[in-house]
Design a protein around this ligand. Structure first.
Ligand SMILES: Cc1ncc(C[n+]2csc(CCOP(=O)(O)OP(=O)(O)O)c2C)c(N)n1
Ligand code: SF4
Ligand SMILES: [Mg+2]
Length: 292
């Protein structure tokens, strides 16, 4: 698929309340270009706010806003109801990193264990943005948030890896900086049975202290430095996506500082913490290679 093959029709309408350069808003737009009949469940997050209030909502598709912990459970119920009623629709849980990695992990794991027929997208902006940029378990080591003023001490929780061991038919990582790759992964996910999981890199300019014009650039740098690895796990086999496979060798990657220096949230990071982040990137590549 090429970018020119992506359909022009817009179902996530412009004029919504997202900040300029918002990754999750771009992600939702791409979702509606990949999935013909999306039925979307959104737990409390920026995604519940930026859509606006009915009847002036930007979402021209069925959408249910629910409590923060329950995306996996609500999506399960809707998927079963659609099946029983013989209604057509692809049920997608669209949850932030807080609503997935922390509050919401239990409902997601339960849905996966039951094999509910849903696509769960964790749009990962690496903090609780809607309530004022608090750290989540998905915030990277060294990043400033309002609750980690000197940089987060812990490392990012790897939710996609947690989903890998749920033995799902399809697990993938994607990025709003690579729209065709994300759309193709959504289409693949839709074709599989049971619970499918995609972790989507979604920059948040205010939360990352990033210039709003740099959303796509920072996502590309994340991939080119090896910090965000695009891959898919399909029927028991993990494949590094072609975009990321060019950066498998360490010497092919750009220096991590190119990625960090674009974002004010890393402005105070020490050399020692940069070295720890680099080591974590190497560990992640090594970890994924075990599933190939
Ligand atoms: C159980 C519960 N705890 C806290 C909140 C308050 N709350 C609403 S949105 C939000 C942030 C969600 O973060 P995330 O899921 O990462 O989405 P983002 O805002 O970053 O898009 C929080 C903490 C809530 N609604 N429910
Ligand atoms: S705060 Fe961040 S995630 Fe929330 S609407 Fe603005 S850019 Fe998007
Ligand atoms: Mg978040």
């Amino acid at each position: 698929m090429l970018l020119r093959d992506v359909k022009f029709e817009e179902k996530w309408l412009p004029g919504n309340a997202a900040c300029p350069g918002c990754g999750l808003s771009l992600g939702l737009r791409l979702l509606t270009k990949a999935i013909e009949k999306p039925v979307v469940v959104i737990p409390a997050s920026c995604a519940s706010v930026v859509q606006g209030a009915w009847p002036k909502s930007s979402a021209s598709f069925p959408l249910l806003n629910i409590a923060m912990a329950g995306a996996g459970a609500a999506a399960s119920g809707i998927a079963n109801a659609y099946e029983m009623l013989g209604k057509e629709g692809t049920v997608v849980a669209w949850a932030g990193d807080g609503g997935t990695a922390d509050i919401g992990l239990q409902a997601l794991s339960g849905a996966a264990e039951r094999g509910e027929n849903i696509i769960f997208v964790m749009y990962d902006n690496e903090a609780y943005m809607n309530t004022g940029i608090q750290r989540s378990s998905s915030t990277p080591h060294g990043a400033w948030t309002t609750t980690t003023p000197e940089g987060k001490r812990e490392f990012k929780k790897d939710v996609a890896a947690i989903m890998l061991v749920h033995n799902l038919e399809y697990v993938a990582t994607a990025s709003v900086s690579y729209p065709v790759d994300f759309i193709e992964k959504l289409k693949k996910a839709e074709a599989h049975k049971g619970t499918k999981f995609i972790q989507l890199y979604s920059p948040c300019p205010p939360g990352w202290r990033l210039d709003a014009s740099k959303t796509i650039e920072v996502g590309k740098l994340a991939v080119e430095t090896g910090a965000w690895i695009l891959y898919e796990y399909e029927n028991g086999k993990l494949t590094i996506s072609p975009i990321s496979s060019r950066f498998r060798e360490k010497k092919a990657r750009r220096p991590l500082i190119d990625y960090l220096s674009l974002q004010g949230r890393f402005a105070g990071i020490s050399q020692q913490d940069i070295a720890k982040l680099e080591a974590e990137i190497d560990r992640k590549w090594e970890f994924l290679s075990k599933f190939e």
